[in-house]
Design a protein around this ligand. Structure first.
Ligand SMILES: CC(C)(COP(=O)(O)OP(=O)(O)OC[C@H]1O[C@@H](n2cnc3c(N)ncnc32)[C@H](O)[C@@H]1OP(=O)(O)O)[C@@H](O)C(=O)NCCC(=O)NCCS
Length: 168
């Protein structure tokens, strides 16, 4: 059962340098310091793309979570770097971040979203409507390749604007 964060979770695409820095701080805390998947930082060439979207989840003034998304082709978007700070976990920030990424990719014309998911999180994604397609090696570790259709029954509500309040 999810604990409720004291204040609503608000997801938004980072629009300035301070928000992008906060996004990267959360990723570093989770993927470098906590999980040790990357040494030093978790930046890769996708972070420098013109079409990459760095998303933050805020509770009040604090950025507690992140997700990143970018198109792979005209119809397919990838979502990755989903992270919630340990102190804010299982309190209802992760699911809104995934829904926000899905809705944002759909609103930008995507038809399918893909993700390379850590096996421990497969069920979390399945509960959000994603489908698993088997295991693979990704970033040097086993992951599950998962997808969700961005049009049709599984589509999350399309938001008018990034920044729309999600979850509570
Ligand atoms: C995966 C992660 C983003 C989930 O974020 P979160 O803020 O804890 O998720 P939420 O609180 O929104 O969880 C929503 C629901 O999923 C459940 N849930 C959370 N993590 C889960 C998991 N790994 N497996 C199954 N269910 C999970 C919650 O208990 C909650 O259930 P409820 O609706 O019945 O109460 C977070 O655990 C995290 O950052 N982990 C470390 C980084 C990581 O693994 N990133 C993903 C790489 S694929």
């Amino acid at each position: 059962m999810t604990r409720s964060l004291a204040r609503p979770v608000v997801c938004a695409v980072a629009t300035d340098a301070a928000e992008r820095a906060a996004h990267h701080r959360v990723r570093r805390a989770v993927f470098v310091d906590e999980q040790g998947i990357f040494a030093g930082d978790d930046l890769d060439p996708h972070d420098a793309r013109d079409d990459v979207l760095h998303v933050v989840a805020r509770v009040g003034d604090e950025v507690v979570g992140t997700v990143r998304l970018f198109p792979l082709d005209a119809q397919t978007w990838q979502g990755d770097r989903l992270a919630v700070l340990g102190s804010a976990r299982t309190a209802g920030a992760g699911a809104p971040l995934v829904r926000f990424a899905v809705a944002t990719a759909a609103a930008r014309g995507g038809r399918r979203m893909v993700a390379h998911v850590q096996p421990a999180n497969q069920r979390f994604f399945e509960r959000l409507g994603w489908t698993a397609h088997g295991t693979e090696d990704y970033a040097g570790r086993p992951h599950v390749f998962m997808t969700i259709a961005l049009a049709g029954d599984h589509q999350a509500p399309v938001l008018d604007e990034p920044g729309t309040q999600l979850g509570g």
